[in-house]
Design a protein around this ligand. Structure first.
Ligand code: BES
Ligand code: MN
Ligand code: ZN
Length: 501
């Protein structure tokens, strides 16, 4: 969709549809009031009759409203003004775009972006509106023979701002929002692709294409390279598959002339393109959803795309260890012992705990970039879904300041995380009689023991781990990748780059 910014009175806009808000109970927002005044109280009459009471989630479409230059006016219920916060703002934008899609309007002008949201700037409102609007019109129909009808599709959105002097700031926020939306879209597309298309080789090709588009340096380590580096933990996961594993390395260097040597932030994404469980085979129910087990990889690539499109003045390295996890005659067996690149040995008690096995070698590899910060993102444990459901991603960190920054970024971007403990007491869960550690810690605190495992490979830098098993995709009738936590990560990086407005 195309976007633009505009300031001015709603009744004077020429648009296929003007969108204005109504608070509960029956209270017009400023933009709605301007239309109402021009139109001889046309809106207040309708509201008095009880057709729109301002309840959150309600919408009412009006045609040929007197004294307006637009074909339609869409009223959007916002709920109580006192309770109008981040969530309600997002719901309003989403509801408006959904309703717009149902009309014949090919363009719309949103005045909802003028409404104050406590603790947030006008720039935040524009950025979030762009991200949410793009997310709402997203479709994944490349495998459908019949595409949805595009004749009357919504093509253009204009976002209103209250003051002319906000224009430059709003334009910048819009550009950021669209860059983040593009990153989210890439993440969702990669996540939604089936496992027979999105293989490790495919991910490597996509990474190279992304690098080409943005002038980013890209290197793909093959099996032989990984053997030479001693990445036997990562390699062990690929042994049951006919697809060769890859370690994708991308270096974005945006920190200007003097910042060239600035230590990079490293993002590591779990790229299991299909997780059957291996010899510890998963049950059949919903196993198709294990094509989403590369959503961590997709999210770090999406974040990189957003950062590159925004040209943020930071150095960012992205690492994607990627493999299938399949059973087979050569596959790892429960009880097998492998030596990781770090030299630590691992007893593989369950081949379905494969994410940590590919991540640990990638985390050791991250040391060579002398990172400022390392953040890994992984659909790591079913236990995290049990703990936090589908609302918050699990956050673990060996650095309290980093944890706080990420939690705050998640709050501000409405892509939230919740911190979980990494206390020493939990490390005992990983004891093995035969190797330095086991790759599982039992059913209790499953997401914590997984994080504890990773913590043994991240002692040399400030590190955080995001378990996105519950947030990376939706099941059921709305099945599909969500694009999380690109919003959180992009917001964190915007802040680090000093570019938030
Ligand atoms: N990819 C899964 C985690 C997962 C499961 C994410 C279900 C979302 C939904 C991971 O590789 C896995 O299988 N983890 C095991 C670990 C266990 C064997 C210790 C799990 O969570 O059951
Ligand atoms: Mn698994
Ligand atoms: Zn997995």
């Amino acid at each position: 969709m195309e976007f633009s910014i505009k300031s001015g009175s709603p009744e004077k806009q020429r648009s296929a549809c003007i969108v204005v808000g109504v608070f509960e109970p029956r209270k017009l927002t400023l933009a709605a009031e301007l239309i109402d005044n021009a139109a001889g109280h046309y809106l207040s009459d309708i509201i008095r009759r009880g057709d729109m009471d301002g309840k959150a989630g309600s919408t009412l479409l009006l045609h040929n409203v007197p004294a307006t230059l637009s074909d339609r006016v869409l009223l959007v219920g916002l709920g109580k003004e006192k309770e109008f916060r981040e969530k309600e703002y997002g719901d309003a934008i989403r509801g408006a775009v959904k309703a717009l899609k149902e009309t014949g309007a090919v363009d719309g002008t949103l005045f909802l972006t003028e409404i104050a949201v406590r603790k947030h700037s006008p720039g935040w409102r524009i950025r979030q509106a762009a991200i949410i609007a793009q997310e709402t019109v997203y479709r994944f129909d490349q495998f459908k023979s019949k595409k949805s009808d595009a004749r009357h599709a919504l093509r253009k959105l204009t976002l209103a701002i209250g003051r002319r002097n906000e224009l430059a700031m709003a334009e910048a926020a819009l550009a950021q929002g669209l860059a983040i939306a593009a990153g989210v879209e890439l993440t969702r597309d990669l996540g939604n692709l089936p496992g027979n298309v999105c293989t490790p080789t495919y991910l490597a090709e996509k990474a190279q294409a992304l690098a080409g588009e943005h002038g980013i340096e890209c290197q793909v380590l093959e099996r032989a390279d990984m053997e030479a580096l001693g990445m036997h933990s990562l390699l062990s996961v690929a042994k049951g598959s006919h697809q060769p594993p890859k370690l994708i390395v991308l270096n974005y260097r945006g920190a200007g002339k003097n910042g060239k040597d600035e230590k990079p932030i490293v993002l590591v994404g779990k790229g299991i393109t299909f997780d059957s469980g291996g010899i510890s085979l998963k049950p059949g129910l919903d196993m198709d959803e294990m094509k989403f087990d590369m959503c961590g990889a997709a999210s770090v690539l999406g974040t990189l795309k957003a950062v590159a499109q925004m040209q943020l003045p930071i150095n960012l390295t992205v690492l994607v260890p990627t493999s299938e996890n399949m059973p087979g005659g050569a596959a790892s067996k429960p009880g097998d012992i492998v030596t990781s690149m770090s030299g630590q040995t691992i007893e593989i008690l369950n081949t379905d705990a494969e994410g940590r096995l590919i991540l640990c070698d990638a985390l050791t590899y991250a040391e060579r970039f002398e990172p400022d910060t390392v953040i890994d993102v992984a659909t790591l444990t079913g236990a995290c879904v049990i703990a936090l459901g589908h609302v918050a991603s699990g956050l673990f960190s060996n650095d309290e300041a980093l944890a706080r920054e990420l939690l705050q970024a998640g709050d501000e971007a409405r892509d939230r995380a919740w911190q979980m403990p990494l206390w020493d007491e939990y490390q005992d869960l990983l004891k093995s009689p035969f190797a330095d550690m086991a790759n599982i810690g039992g059913r209790a605190a499953g997401s914590v023991s997984a994080a504890c495992f990773l913590s043994r490979y991240t002692k040399k830098f400030a590190w955080a781990h995001l378990d996105i098993a519950g947030t990376a995709w939706k099941s059921g009738s709305e099945k599909g990748a969500t694009g999380r936590p690109v919003g959180l990560l992009a917001h964190y990086l915007l802040k680090r780059a000093g570019k938030l407005n």
